[in-house]
Design a binder for this molecule. Structure first.
Ligand SMILES: O=C(O)C1=C[C@@H](OP(=O)(O)O)[C@@H](O)[C@H](O)C1
Ligand SMILES: C=C(OP(=O)(O)O)C(=O)O
Length: 452
């Protein structure tokens, strides 16, 4: 990731085809981490081989597990993880570099906090700016120690313990990463560790912990919040995992197909966990023609095939309580909103400010450059005034800054497919963190994305 890779996207015709986007990033991270602390072998089909997940695989190896890709007879990548058993992660001889990935850093800090080892965590320039106190605070309450710069940013040294105390912790911010870090620390902690969440965030950790043999219970509290409890020191046994296609990655070709006249696209095997599908609910409200076909269950996670056809979209108000279920999809929703008829208002976007970039600022700045009228509210809302709704997109003709953020890059390349003049992004290299071969796949469907 040393060289910037500027990319340009030019107005395209119909988007047509049948594809499977790469595996779910959240589930991929978790399958490597849990496989590493289980006894025996975990076999992972469809692991995302994006940079973020490869950083997790490398970290698990440094912590003593085996995690390798093998080519099966069909030529598909299958990963085998040989776990060390819970409590037996080894002290790594090197710094754990989590690259661009908040999920990898925060979840793994939780997992190692419950081990009697010391680990140094770092990341790239984007990750090292992101807030970590949200995980270090509850983990300190459990008995782990953290040493690092002031301000609670990486690089940080985690001094873990095999004798953490269980806590009950109410999340101050809706975050599956914080919830997961605490549950993973609770895994090697005697007793019951409970996380209370007022707003439902993605539950892949809970589902996968159960899949590996842990006891995880949920209880609805009087105030409507959900208490999630893990019982510590379970027997975790290696499992087979089938990773669904990532709904957050499918969002980009889906929006491209909605925007381009004549499009019909089939997206296979897309994860449909209800805590992830806020974007699709919103697009349907905007008038999107999306059929959810062949709904089924795949190793504990719901999946479906999505048939997406070009649609005239209308602006809507997206309520704040939908944010956790579509948190990574606001940039591409903003691209869709820019092409819709009327105004779209997205409420409650404060958390977008602490992602790989300040996504609220980067989206607003990029759209403005492309000739779209937007307002950012003092309440962290984003208002986008659409340019049409019948295939007519914004003016474009600009280069957009991406600030090391894959989703900003992909969102503006999708917008360039529908704008009057091409849209360039200053750096598409970070797309490899979550969606390897994004450009090749989009171009096979009909996009015109190339080097700028
Ligand atoms: O748990 C996860 O896998 C993730 C949780 C979300 O982050 P937060 O927990 O910070 O909201 C999301 O933005 C991220 O891409 C993946
Ligand atoms: C926010 C994201 O990931 P992470 O927090 O893992 O860096 C993302 O993929 O959009």
């Amino acid at each position: 990731m040393t060289h910037a890779r500027p990319l340009r996207s030019t107005t395209t015709g119909a988007i047509r085809g049948s594809i499977r986007v790469p595996g779910d990033k959240s589930i991929s991270h978790r399958s490597l981490m849990l496989g590493a602390v289980a006894v025996g072998e975990t076999v992972i089909h469809g692991l995302l081989e994006g940079e973020d997940v490869l950083h997790t695989a490398a970290a698990m190896r440094l912590l003593g597990a085996e995690a390798e890709r093998e080519d099966n007879a069909q030529g598909d990548g299958v990963w085998r993880v040989r776990g060390v058993g819970l409590g037996a992660l080894q002290e790594p001889a090197q710094v754990l570099d989590m690259g661009n990935s908040g999920t990898a850093a925060r979840l793994l800090m939780g997992l190692v906090a419950g081990h009697p080892i010391t680990c140094v965590f770092t990341g790239d320039a984007s990750l090292n700016k992101r807030p970590m106190a949200r995980v270090t605070k509850p983990l300190e309450e459990m008995g782990a120690r953290f040493v690092g710069r002031s301000g609670g940013r990486l690089p940080l040294t985690v001094v873990g313990s095999g004798e953490l105390v269980p806590i009950t912790y109410r999340l101050p911010v809706a975050s599956a990463q914080v919830k997961s870090a605490i549950l993973l620390a609770g895994l090697n902690t005697a007793g019951a560790t409970t996380v209370i969440e007022a707003e439902p965030t993605r539950d892949h950790t809970e589902l996968m912990l159960r899949h590996f043999g842990a006891t995880v219970t949920t209880e609805r509290l009087e105030d409507g919040a959900l208490a999630v409890t893990v019982i510590g020191q379970p027997e975790l046994t290696g499992r087979t995992i089938h990773v669904p296609a990532d709904p957050s990655s499918a969002a980009f070709p889906a929006v491209a197909a909605l925007l381009r006249p004549g499009s019909e696209l089939l997206l296979n095997d897309v994860g449909m966990n209800p805590r992830r599908t806020g974007l699709y609910d919103t697009l349907v409200e905007m008038g999107a023609d999306i059929a959810f076909e062949n709904r089924r269950d795949q190793a504990g996670e719901p999946v479906a095939d999505l048939r997406v056809k070009h649609s005239a979209l209308k602006g809507v108000v997206v309520p704040a309580d939908r944010a956790p279920s579509m948190i990574d999809e606001y940039p591409v929703l903003a691209a869709a909103a820019a092409c819709a008829e009327g105004t779209t208002v997205m409420l409650g976007l404060k958390e977008l400010r602490v992602k790989e970039s300040d996504r609220l600022a980067m989206v607003a700045e990029g759209l403005t450059r492309c000739g779209v009228s937007v307002e950012v509210g003092a309440d962290d809302s984003l208002t986008v005034h659409g340019t049409g709704g019948t295939g007519k997109g914004p003016k474009g003709g600009a280069t957009v800054a991406t600030a090391m953020d894959h989703r900003i890059a992909m969102s503006f390349l999708v917008l360039g497919m529908a704008s009057e003049e091409p849209i360039s992004v200053d750096d598409g290299a970070f797309i490899d963190t979550s969606f390897p071969d994004f450009v090749g796949l989009m171009n096979r469907l009909g996009a015109k994305i190339g080097e700028a």
